[in-house]
Design a protein around this ligand. Structure first.
Ligand SMILES: NC(=O)c1ccc[n+]([C@@H]2O[C@H](COP(=O)([O-])OP(=O)(O)OC[C@H]3O[C@@H](n4cnc5c(N)ncnc54)[C@H](OP(=O)(O)O)[C@@H]3O)[C@@H](O)[C@H]2O)c1
Length: 267
């Protein structure tokens, strides 16, 4: 069923990031009222000025103050449909032994804890519309554990489980939760070493322009869980059923992954 985008107010975190910016542009063209958020004031202002119907809030997704302010702004922007897109994210590609406790916590806080708390904080707003939607941006790595990305995988597997459970918890309300999982995208979240790794392994990488129409389509169709890109979505399914098959093929990539992700001199 298609969605009347002009009747939606959409909150998006990480709005000026690679995927966020393209989502904002497309939703703006569809006539949606956007509430854009991000932690860099200048970048957020610049994006706001390029959009037609938009409110902005500067802040870190992990901050209580930001969440409470966002709820107040949202409550003043009521529409027929209310949508929260949890898009902000970070990815530290590194082997576990090389990550500090602070790095591990930061990644889990931004990718997992912040979206959970944002859902909780904004539930009154989501429930106050005829149709509320939570869109959690996941990853292929939320279904396939991959060396060098253990914390990122933990955060996205966690977000996937949270999305499924919350969707079931809210099944007697007007709020739905969707977990939408891209494969690699050409954005700044990927460091040079990750880009080189993707190149050497011939991994498929989408541009935000290729991906966003698919995301919008999935939101319109209300798909509860969607993995984008073939064969990645097939691997995600196979990994769920027969993880040892996927382990076998990933183990052949380990030498290459180590070459790119380990610091010089480490093996
Ligand atoms: N790119 C990929 O290969 C890929 C693949 C699958 C899924 N994804 C997912 O797609 C989503 C969007 O990422 P992207 O690819 O567009 O990367 P991106 O260009 O780096 O954008 C990420 C955005 O998140 C924001 N952010 C990070 N930490 C934040 C914090 N503490 N508070 C507020 N904002 C914060 C960043 O803002 P700052 O610039 O201020 O840090 C940036 O705007 C993420 O959830 C990511 O996990 C990406």
């Amino acid at each position: 069923m298609s969605l009347d985008w002009q009747q939606q107010t959409v909150i998006i975190t990480g709005a000026y990031g690679g995927l966020g910016q393209e989502l904002c542009k497309s939703l703006d063209r569809l006539g949606t009222h956007l509430i854009i958020t991000g932690r860099n004031k200048e970048k957020l202002k610049q994006l706001e000025q390029s959009l037609n119907n938009c409110t902005s809030l500067v802040g870190d997704v992990g901050s209580d103050e930001f969440m409470n302010e966002l709820l107040v702004i949202a409550m003043n922007k009521k529409a027929n449909g209310h949508i929260l897109i949890n898009n902000a994210g970070v990815s530290t590609a590194a082997f576990l032994a090389l990550q500090s406790k602070d790095e591990i916590q930061a990644q889990l806080n931004i990718n997992l804890l912040a979206p959970i708390l944002l859902c909780q904080t904004l539930l009154p707003w989501l429930k106050s519309s005829k149709n509320g939607k939570i869109i959690n941006i996941g990853s292929t790595f939320g279904a396939i554990g991959y060396p060098g990305f253990s914390i990122y995988c933990a955060s996205k597997f966690g977000l996937r489980g949270f999305s499924q459970a919350l969707n079931r918890e809210l099944s007697d309300t007007t709020v739905e939760v969707q977990y939408l999982a891209p494969r690699a995208i050409t954005t700044k979240i990927n460091s040079d070493k990750v880009n080189k790794l993707n190149q050497e392994l011939n991994n498929n990488v989408d541009t935000p322009e290729q991906l966003v129409p698919q995301i919008i389509n999935a939101i319109e169709k209300g798909k509860k869980e969607k993995f984008f890109g073939f064969p990645e979505k097939l691997f995600a399914k196979i990994n769920g059923l027969f993880p040892s098959i996927v382990s076998g093929s990933i183990s052949k990539e380990l030498v290459t992954i180590k070459k790119h992700l380990n610091k010089e001199g480490q093996s």
